[in-house]
Write a protein that binds this ligand. Sequence first.
Ligand code: ADP
Length: 337
Amino acid sequence: MRKIKRVGVLTSGGDAPGMNAAIRAVTRAGINNGMEVFGIRMGYQGMIEGEIFRMDSQHVSGIIQTGGTFLQTARCKEFYTPEGRQIAYEQLKKHNIDAVVVIGGDGSFTGANLMAHETDMVFIGIPGTIDNDLYGTDYTIGYDTALNTVVQAVDKIRDTASSHNRIFFVEVMGREAGFIAINSCIACGAEVAIIPEEHNQLEKVRKFLNERASKNKSSIILVAEGSKEGSAMEIADMIKPEFPQFDIRVSILGHMQRGGSPSAKDRITASLMGVAAIEALLDNQKSLMIGWMNEKIVHVPLSKTVKMHKTIPHDYVELAESIGTFLPKGIKKNHIN
Ligand code: ADP
């Protein structure tokens, strides 16, 4: 296999705090190992439009502590088509780029995997998404920061909820997976978590409200945005008329969950993954995702991570149940890794 000399790096899909630390590590590790490193702006859109520039070590100084991604990110329709990917390939070839490190989520890796099959371009993925929903890795860049942001926000909501004996439906991110909802539920002592993995959760909410020991107590019900029952607002609208005795409010945390300075854990893991991506290229590896399992770097075939589904860790669910969080029946058996 040819030796990789010129490497592109891009961020794609939803932004996540810590992506900058990963870009920085890829760039510096690449340069330190004698490679030329190219930044690709705006994900696959920038690849197609030729938004490609050579980076030196200075380009990535002063970014490790910033949220977002300095290369910016985009969602690109053209990349879904073989024609779009061919244009992207030609742009890379104009710069003699022979490998690309893609920092993103499931969709970004699906696109990379397709292009790897269609062309001779080498791809390495680094998991960057606040949802932590990628198969083959315990951890994705941005998740730790987002979870801490949610915990801080829910703690504040709890203060006002308990002052007024209110019930709050709090909507948190998680389109496909309930990791943020379940773990912020544990961390905040929330009473109920509604997660995308489960059906028929309105019954659970009704049961909880009917069984509530004291009417004079606040409650927090966390709703992942991908809940099968609808948004927090929709659920609250359905429940309110059935429980007129309760003061029910809704809070949607929204995009604030994506922003902010990355946590130490996000910065460190992103840095280790960035270096590991370059090491994988030096070792002539291709079409794999750098993962983090049992506190160690692992390699996962891109084809596997895009095909398989990651489930909620069993021990977290057990922990939540053992401290009295009201969880859906059946989750324990259905979601063992
Ligand atoms: P994420 O990577 O965070 O899951 P998206 O699902 O939005 O984010 O994917 C980011 C980009 O990756 C898309 O805008 C598109 O350009 C590319 N992509 C996603 N899915 C596919 C696919 N099935 N085929 C080709 N490209 C894809």
